[in-house]
Design a protein around this ligand. Structure first.
Ligand SMILES: Cc1ncc(COP(=O)(O)O)c(C=O)c1O
Length: 396
């Protein structure tokens, strides 16, 4: 315990301990923190569906009919017709055979990666070693899933196809999994999935893509990274996604063939060994959100329009932003202490847009990660830009 106390002290002294805000409202574009109205620019609720009246009404009805929790593993008595309906809704939306839902995206990556690596060994049908080839900027849940698998992992530099090919070529004879985010959460850029898929095919590997930040965001109708690149489902072996971002609920899923989902239902430990599957209200909220996007695809364009507007305004005011095609717009500050001050002054000016710094991004690459929602008004976006201008002047 002495070491824990000392570590926390260092965190506090070096101002590394994050400022954790407490909301007393729904996470809408305008929120309440400590009695004060603040504009929110960091939620992953890209389409603004988490507090949608129709979706909330259906979640309330689910509580009346199913209670708040199933209190049992999906394999025991925790599987409701709502879970089955959700998995079918995801598969229909993505035009694939099936999907399997987990209680969050983090657990989905832990469970799926360790299962596709070790699940085959568990049953000793085709025991063999697998090499994981992982993108440098992959999300922590992928990194942890790789660690949990116990497999050898080689990391390739961000979007560097030459390096990826070199690694694949060097390990021709071994079973290989290539894993990448579709949209990188801290930089907001998109992985070159067509090139990755072609290399994976050429070197007889298999491909897992995490589309946590692309489902509901990319593609004309929000169907994600495959729609964005006009790729067929066969280009990717394992498609992972979360329900906690554009879908506005909680949970995660793997979409693919019926064999893949059935395999995961008996090998993915976070699916099997939890009495906390997706709660009924969150499950129906996710179904309703997917149906909403399917029936109202223009909502995806609203989010894009807002992101375009903010990018243009920030550029016009000579801010250093990373160029993205997503609602994630990183405003680069670089220096960590400066970024903390930037975010603090923004907050004093009624804006919640926390800074992101090491270890979430490399040292010296601190930034304000501005995130746009479809239901931000243009006036709210302009208020963010004005606050950024005031903050820049204050910092000097
Ligand atoms: C790329 C990526 N994958 C997975 C996750 C984990 O998903 P969840 O937040 O639903 O646990 C996140 C979360 O931020 C993410 O950004």
């Amino acid at each position: 315990m002495k070491e824990i106390k000392a570590t926390v002290k260092v965190f506090r002294e070096k101002r590394l301990y994050p400022r954790i805000h407490t909301l007393s409202s729904a996470a809408d574009p305008e929120i309440i923190i400590e009695g004060k109205k603040v504009l929110l620019f960091c939620s992953n609720d890209y389409l603004g569906l988490a507090n949608h009246p129709l979706i909330k009404q259906r979640a309330k009805e689910a509580i009346d009919n199913y209670g708040v929790s199933t209190c049992a593993s999906r394999l025991i008595s925790g599987n409701t017709d709502l879970h089955n309906r959700l998995e079918k809704a995801i598969a229909d939306f993505l035009s694939c055979q099936d999907a399997v839902a987990f209680n969050c995206g983090y657990m989905t990556n832990l469970g799926a990666i360790s299962a596709v690596i070790n699940g085959i060994n568990t049953f000793s049908i085709f025991p063999q070693k697998t090499l994981i080839i992982s993108e440098e900027l992959n999300h922590a849940s992928i990194i942890d899933g790789c660690k949990l698998s116990g497999s050898k992992v080689i990391v390739y530099p961000h979007k560097d196809m030459k390096s990826l090919e070199k690694i694949l070529k060097k390990h021709k004879k071994i079973r290989k999994l290539v894993v990448t985010d579709a949209v990188f959460s801290m930089d907001g850029d998109i992985a070159p999935i067509p090139e990755i898929a072609a290399l994976v095919k050429k070197y007889n590997a298999f491909l897992m893509v995490d589309e946590a930040h692309s489902i509901g965001v990319l593609g004309e109708t929000g169907r994600g990274v495959l729609e964005h690149f006009k790729l067929s489902f066969e280009s990717v072996d394992i498609l992972m996604g979360t329900l906690s971002k554009a879908i506005g609920s909680i949970g995660g899923y793997i979409a693919g063939t019926r064999e893949l989902t059935d395999f995961l239902r008996v090998t993915a430990r976070p699916y099997i060994f939890t009495a906390s599957p997706l709660p009924p209200p969150s499950t129906i909220a996710a179904i309703s959100a997917i149906e909403f996007i399917r029936d109202n695809p223009s909502i995806v364009e609203s989010s894009r329009k807002n992101a375009r507007h903010l990018r243009e305004k920030l550029r016009a005011n000579k801010f250093d932003i990373l160029e993205t095609e997503t609602p994630i717009i990183p405003l680069m500050i670089y220096d960590e202490q400066k970024a903390i001050r930037f975010s603090d002054i923004l907050f004093e000016n009624g804006i919640l847009a926390p800074c992101v710094r090491w270890p979430a991004v490399p040292k010296g690459k601190a930034r304000i990660r501005c995130v746009i929602m479809a239901n931000h008004s243009l006036e709210q976006l302009d208020r963010l830009v004005e606050a950024c201008v005031i903050t820049r002047k204050a910092i000097g």
